[in-house]
Design a protein around this ligand. Structure first.
Ligand SMILES: Nc1ncnc2c1ncn2[C@@H]1O[C@H](COP(=O)(O)OP(=O)(O)OP(=O)(O)O)[C@@H](O)[C@H]1O
Length: 254
């Protein structure tokens, strides 16, 4: 990690189990301030669980998170959008603003601001089912941004949308990051997402997840550099993906 960059958030000796299934094993990670850290790891390794711990949705068995969850304003963008289907786009956003005790005028201002930012202003009164997947994810992003987060958690935000929309959203995401300084943690299965968006890449092992490798990513990569890095990263991950596959096979037979 680049030592000149301040750490906004860190986890120390973090372990977590669901019942007797150990998911995270003694994780120590620093997330640089104002940067994007991408987390890659085999399916079922515990990536979403790590985000839930950081958001304070669940509690660790041992270890700590600094600063403590809930002391940062944290936005959460979900893979499957998680918009309430019976509420319009603006009402979905109003819902997350309610606990922040803002005046009605301030709420209207925030809604206007994030809908403008995400290009959704004309769709304020639209219901989620009337929007494409890409538009629903913009609404998910608008909702997360409305609380003015200092930490943004993104759990596979591009996995439920098509490739062309992904390209558009990546461009918009870069623009957003320039306008709003915040620390971002991105979970993804796609190395290209990490190459396109992240400053730091963290590789997790199969369950129980340990940190396999952590590296800085350059601002831009030539196609050759991408290929080289891709095969380097795959060397780290290959064995872990095989282990994870066997875990899934065993639990589906059991
Ligand atoms: N609420 C839960 N109760 C019990 N086990 C759970 C629960 N949530 C997740 N798990 C299990 O914990 C492990 C880690 O799950 P998690 O969703 O964190 O992994 P992941 O790396 O995000 O997976 P994926 O890449 O497939 O989304 C998996 O074996 C999963 O089945």
């Amino acid at each position: 990690m680049n030592r000149s960059i301040n750490t906004a958030l860190s986890v120390q000796q973090l372990s977590f189990s669901y019942g007797n299934r150990m998911v995270l094993d003694n994780l120590n990670i620093g997330f640089p301030d104002g940067k994007t850290t991408a987390i890659l790891g085999p399916s079922g390794s515990g990536k979403s669980t790590l985000l839930k711990l950081i958001a304070g949705l669940i509690q660790p068995d041992t270890g700590s998170i600094t600063p403590a969850p809930h002391s940062l304003i944290t936005g959460y963008v979900f893979q499957d959008f998680c918009l309430l289907p019976w509420l319009t786009v603006q009402d979905n956003i109003t819902l997350v603003l309610r606990p922040h005790k803002l005046s009605p005028d301030a709420i209207s201002e925030r809604i206007q601001e994030v809908l403008t930012l995400t290009g959704l202003l004309p769709f304020a009164d639209t219901f989620p089912y009337q929007l494409s997947g890409g538009m629903q994810q913009r609404a998910g992003l608008a909702r997360a941004m409305a609380i003015h987060p200092s930490l943004l958690l993104l759990d596979e935000p591009f996995s439920a949308i098509d490739g062309q929309t992904r390209e558009l959203l990546i461009g918009e995401y870069h623009r957003l990051c320039q306008q709003w300084p915040m620390t971002r943690i991105l979970i993804t299965h796609q190395l290209d997402d990490a190459f396109d968006l992240a400053d730091q890449l963290l590789l997790l092992s199969s369950r129980p997840a340990r940190v396999l490798h952590c590296m800085d990513l350059p601002d831009s990569l030539s196609p050759d550099q991408r290929d080289k890095l891709r095969s380097e990263i795959w060397q780290h991950l290959k064995k872990e993906v095989q282990v994870s596959d066997r875990q899934v096979m065993r639990s589906s037979i059991a």
